[in-house]
Design a protein around this ligand. Structure first.
Ligand SMILES: [Zn+2]
Length: 479
């Protein structure tokens, strides 16, 4: 099926047509590792994960790169101001920038695992790619689209005619924004730094280009260097949060395309900001949640993943604690239906005489159609729940169970929100004392002591459970 994705560059849905047949390359702007990852960061990372999973589901071989920014990301990056976020955190805590990078990279990876993210094939750290950045900077200097002043190197925006084409920012808009930071070194206030000299900065390298002074790289050049290193001059899909569009991605385009002379990215995709309780998440409003803080409240990674991915990435999504409870209930509903099928398959329940072919085919089709249209997860979930209803209504044959469970496995493979196939041993959810009564009843029946057996059944019923006799023995279900 044709996959259509919304390209932020052209502002329309476009068919995914990979540069190399059957293969899709993806680059995702990753975390800046100076603090604990919050749930807003993960809306964007989970969108990238679902994108990869669905493209793989459709038979493509995906190569995914997500960088770790551990140097050069300024606190006021849109105006090239403030200080490096790593350095600011170092000053605040007394730990070195290197220690901070190590700690929060590890924490980010823990969150990925907790949220069941399929780990990208490459997760390079910017600090490991300074030589590659240097060779791009050297080329830009040689081509005359970058210039050095006092050791700092700037990209000369006026030399790249299409600068700002992604965000669509108008030139005068850009200029008035850039005026905030007065930097007399720049030929044009919009020019952005590729290399910076600052003898206070903890992370420093000898200039990795001819005549380069000791310093550190700008944030934007890092992503160009790492994506080209792993994926080549052109990539199929580049993603990020909507706040990455400008200046970060417009700068990436300018320097990459000026360097290679080719189009850098076929499809740009941006996830919308996550709202919390319908407002912007912020520490001052008291609605700021890290991934860990949600896990500490007793919610699972699956439940948080569900709550952060249940709405299509371009739609506004407001996170609430109630939404986590709804996620819990939704996941349980799906797994109850899966359990019903597993019981028939494992001989715990008597099979019926219904084939589920029509429902299975319809569920696959509706799911694929929804995901193919710009990853419409909410529609895809609607297809899953329609299928759940069909399974709950049916009395399936043993033969019908396999394809139905395979459909659930596929939905799980793409969305990753339901978890592994549930166990369905007899009465697994009933309290232990009731299971003991059930065992006594089995013995009473074997002894043909019907009066005791009935008494035990009534006791179990009074506790809110009913006995279901199956070929594999009796089990308990909530009444
Ligand atoms: Zn980036």
């Amino acid at each position: 099926m044709v996959i259509r994705l919304h390209n932020s560059l052209t502002r329309q849905l476009e068919e995914l047509r990979p540069i190399v047949d059957g293969k899709v390359s993806m680059y995702h702007c990753g975390p800046t590792v100076y603090s604990s990852p919050h749930i807003g960061n993960f809306r964007s990372f989970l969108f990238a994960d679902v994108l990869r999973r669905f493209v793989e589901d459709q038979g493509y071989e995906v190569t995914q790169v997500m960088n770790i920014t551990d140097v050069g990301h300024l606190t006021l990056d849109d105006v090239e101001g403030g200080e490096d976020k790593m350095e600011a955190e170092s000053r605040r805590t007394g730990r070195t920038a290197w220690e901070i990078a190590q700690r929060y990279t590890e924490e980010f990876e823990e969150c990925q695992r907790a949220l069941r993210v399929r780990i990208p094939h490459y997760m390079p750290r910017a600090t490991d790619f300074v030589p590659q950045m240097g060779s791009i900077i050297a080329d830009l200097l040689e081509k005359g689209v970058a210039y050095a002043v006092n050791g700092n190197v700037y990209f000369e925006v006026s030399k790249f005619r299409e600068y700002g084409k992604l965000s669509g920012k108008k030139i005068d808009e850009l200029e008035s924004g850039a005026r905030v930071a007065v930097n007399a070194e720049k030929k044009d206030p919009r020019d952005f730094a590729l290399w910076k000299v600052d003898d206070q900065h903890q992370m420093q390298w000898d200039g990795p280009f001819p005549g380069g002074a000791r310093g550190f790289p700008g944030w934007h050049i890092e992503c160009s260097a790492m994506s080209m290193h792993y994926l080549g001059k052109r990539i199929d899909i580049h993603t990020g949060g909507e706040d990455n569009m400008f200046p970060h991605h417009d700068c990436e385009i300018a320097q990459s395309e000026a360097h290679t002379g080719e189009r850098y990215v076929s499809i740009w995709m941006h996830a919308r900001h996550l709202l919390v309780d319908n407002t912007k998440m912020s520490k001052s409003l008291g609605n700021f949640y890290t991934v860990q803080s949600i896990l500490d409240m007793g919610y699972s990674g699956l439940e948080l993943r569900y709550a952060l991915t249940r709405v299509q990435y371009r739609q506004s999504l407001s996170f609430t604690i109630k939404g986590l409870d709804e996620a819990r209930a939704a996941i349980a509903r799906v797994n109850e239906a899966r359990k019903k099928l597993v019981r028939v398959r494992d001989g715990l329940d008597r099979p019926g005489d219904e084939e589920l072919d029509g429902a299975v085919a319809a569920a696959h089709d509706a799911f694929t159609a929804a995901m193919s249209e710009d990853l419409n997860v909410s529609e895809a979930l609607a297809a899953v729940f329609e299928f759940v209803a069909a399974v709950n209504r049916a009395a399936p044959t043993v033969a019908a169970v396999g394809p139905a469970l395979a459909a659930f496995d596929r939905f799980e493979d793409v969305l990753g929100v339901f978890g592994d196939e549930p166990q369905a041993d007899a009465s697994s959810d009933a309290p232990a004392e009731l299971l003991a009564l059930l065992e006594q009843r089995a013995q009473a029946k074997a002894d043909k002591d019907w009066q005791t057996a009935d008494g035990l059944r009534d006791q179990i019923a009074a506790a809110g459970w009913k006995i279901v006799d199956t070929p594999a023995g009796a089990r308990l279900e909530p009444r």
